[in-house]
Design a protein around this ligand. Structure first.
Ligand SMILES: Nc1nc2c(ncn2[C@@H]2O[C@H](COP(=O)(O)OP(=O)(O)OP(=O)(O)O)[C@@H](O)[C@H]2O)c(=O)[nH]1
Ligand SMILES: [Mg+2]
Length: 563
């Protein structure tokens, strides 16, 4: 019963053909995954994927016409005996001293030439390579044409070198025939260390209970059933299970037939690699989450970052300086001409910060690059620095939320990656911002001109009055002043000019204050925008780059999954 069920399963498995193009596309997806995660994730987690991409590329390039089948098993299970029986030649020594086979032996059905490069890559020494098919065999062996059969050392060996060699070869071959014997078929080592590990390679796994002749015929079916149960527990349900007797050619016919079908199908290499891709994808699965990745930090978090950066960059101090400078300059331009000079003696608040716009004209339009670290904006306080640290952390936390741990770490690293460059960048941004202070408003000139006019009038009136007074004092004929109503014109000019000047200054003051506040807000807006751009460039963009890579990696891994 069991054998019939096995055969049906085997037949069904045989129908699941691996399309080479689909396999290559999956391998390509693994390569894309590796490109996307390069530098973002710890290399140690990526070794199997790198190994797969490298091995698969080489295996597919070497030969798709050959099928490399390994006989693997514990010492004394009869691997070499089966190898020789299948080859119908005594190629690999069979011994009583255990272990016997120390290095892999290969037998090639078909011309050795084509298989040599494959065997070079697999690492079978030339003196252990044999050719089975010769002209003498006629068509006897043609059904196995393309088979490269390997007799491996024992995997449970007392010799460490044997175990290493087996592990290496098991990673390279297309199909593994696990050879067990009636005494040791239930050994923990073979199941735990090997068969279980190969559960994703069910399509390229065959299990052989050799030395079946050592069991009384009635005991064979229960032993096979027991072995089948163990295989099911290993995750190898449905793999073909055959009973063989290496010393009886009639009782390896079924194994031979299975190998013939495998060779003819030319699917083993592809299936092996497809299983490898499954294993690698399963191992990487924890590196991507099920949900679609977030696009980046929300605007609220970025806003907090901008505010923190503005504090660090001294935006409030610069804005206050702009307001002060506006008032300073406005008064210097529109004030009473006699006190303007005194006003000019006081330092300009912007000039103190060494900011463009500190003096109109020359340095106002200078390129930002030439102003590196040129400002004297006060250094950030400890509180501002820690607020910035918290804001950057918030960007990282928000962006990394829900991502697998290594990606969350990568996001945090990215968010902090350019922190060292921030002070200079902020200084450049502040220095490069047009604060709107390099032009004198027209109304200043107008008011200034009017002030001059009324002052000239007052001075002229004063001079005129002084002249009249002097003439009178010298006893000369007095000046006849023209009159405006009852008042003499010089007096009107003097008092009117003085009064008009004072009135104009008084009326201008609130306008200056209001305009200065507007100038402050405008500067604040521009500075905040500049600082916000720095935050996006230096913190948000690196984070987005990691999230982009995460998205690519996630998509690549989905593409690498078996469809
Ligand atoms: N009765 C019987 N004896 C077998 C059978 N297969 C192998 N033997 C004997 O079992 C012993 C071990 O056989 P090998 O072929 O050397 O075993 P192996 O798995 O290659 O062992 P190592 O090379 O040490 O790993 C030899 O004495 C064989 O003659 C079989 O099917 N029936
Ligand atoms: Mg051997």
């Amino acid at each position: 019963m069991t054998n019939i069920a096995d055969r049906v399963r085997a037949a069904l498995q045989g129908d699941q053909r691996v399309d080479p193009d689909a396999l290559i596309a999956r391998l390509d997806a693994v390569r894309r995954f590796l490109d996307a995660v390069d530098g973002q994730l710890p290399d140690a987690q990526l070794v199997p994927a790198h190994t797969l991409v490298e091995r698969a590329g080489t295996r597919l390039a070497l030969s798709r016409d050959h099928t490399v089948v390994a006989l693997a098993g514990a010492t004394g299970s009869g691997k070499s005996s089966l190898f020789n029986a299948l080859a119908r030649l005594g190629l690999s020594p069979v011994g009583v001293r255990r272990p016997t086979t120390g290095v892999a032996h290969a037998c090639v059905w078909g011309p050795l030439d084509g298989a040599n490069r494959l065997l070079d890559w697999i690492g079978v020494l030339p003196r252990h390579r044999f050719v089975r098919e010769s002209a003498l065999d006629a068509d006897d062996e043609s059904a196995l044409h393309g088979l490269v059969l390997l007799d491996l050392p024992d995997f449970d060996s007392v010799q460490r070198s044997h175990r290493l060699e087996v592990d290496r070869l098991l990673g390279l071959v297309d199909l593994v025939v696990w050879v067990v014997d009636p005494q040791k078929y239930a050994d923990r080592v073979i199941h735990t260390n090997y068969l279980r590990e190969f559960h994703r390679h069910r399509d390229v796994t065959l299990v052989v209970l050799n030395q079946a002749d050592r069991l009384p015929p009635a005991e064979l079916p229960p032993v096979l059933d027991d072995l089948r149960r163990l295989l099911d527990a290993d995750g190898l349900g449905g793999v073909p299970l055959l009973a063989t007797t290496a010393i009886d050619p009639a009782r390896i016919v079924e194994l031979r037939g299975t190998l013939e079908r495998t060779v003819a199908g030319r699917q083993a290499a592809l299936r092996r690699l497809a299983g490898d891709v499954d294993t690698v994808v399963a191992g990487l699965d924890e590196l991507v989450a099920a949900d679609t990745p977030a696009a980046g930090p929300d605007e609220g978090t970025v806003g907090s970052l901008s505010r923190a950066l503005a504090g660090t960059a001294g935006v409030p101090a610069v804005a206050a300086a702009v307001e002060g400078a506006y008032r300073h300059r406005a008064v210097a331009s529109t004030g009473w001409p006699l006190v303007r000079g005194w006003r000019r003696l006081r330092p300009d608040p912007l000039r103190r910060l060494h900011l463009p716009g500190a003096v109109s004209g020359t340095d106002a339009g200078a390129p930002a690059e030439s102003l590196v670290a040129a400002t004297s904006v006060p250094d950030p306080t400890a509180a501002q620095r820690s607020a910035l640290g918290l804001a950057v952390r918030a960007v990282a936390d928000r962006s990394g939320a829900g991502l697998p741990a290594p990606w969350a770490t990568a996001v945090t690293t990215a968010a902090r990656s350019r922190l060292g460059d921030l002070p200079d960048a902020l200084d450049r941004a502040v220095a490069g911002t047009d604060l709107g202070m390099d032009r004198r408003p027209v109304w200043w000139r107008f008011v200034g001109a009017v002030q001059w006019l009324v002052t000239v009038a007052a001075v002229a009136g004063l001079g005129w009055l002084a002249l009249g007074y002097a003439l009178r004092a010298l006893g000369l004929p007095a000046l006849e002043y023209p009159r405006v109503g009852e008042a003499p014109l010089p007096t009107v000019l003097l008092l009117g000019g003085l009064l008009a000047g004072l009135l104009l200054a008084a009326l201008t003051r609130p306008v200056v204050r209001w305009s200065a506040r507007r100038a402050r807000h405008r500067a604040e807006k521009r500075l905040t925008a500049a600082v916000d751009a720095v935050g996006r460039d230096y913190v948000v963009t690196p984070v987005r780059a990691v999230l982009d890579r995460y998205g690519q990696a996630r998509q690549a891994l989905r593409d690498a999954e078996r469809s």
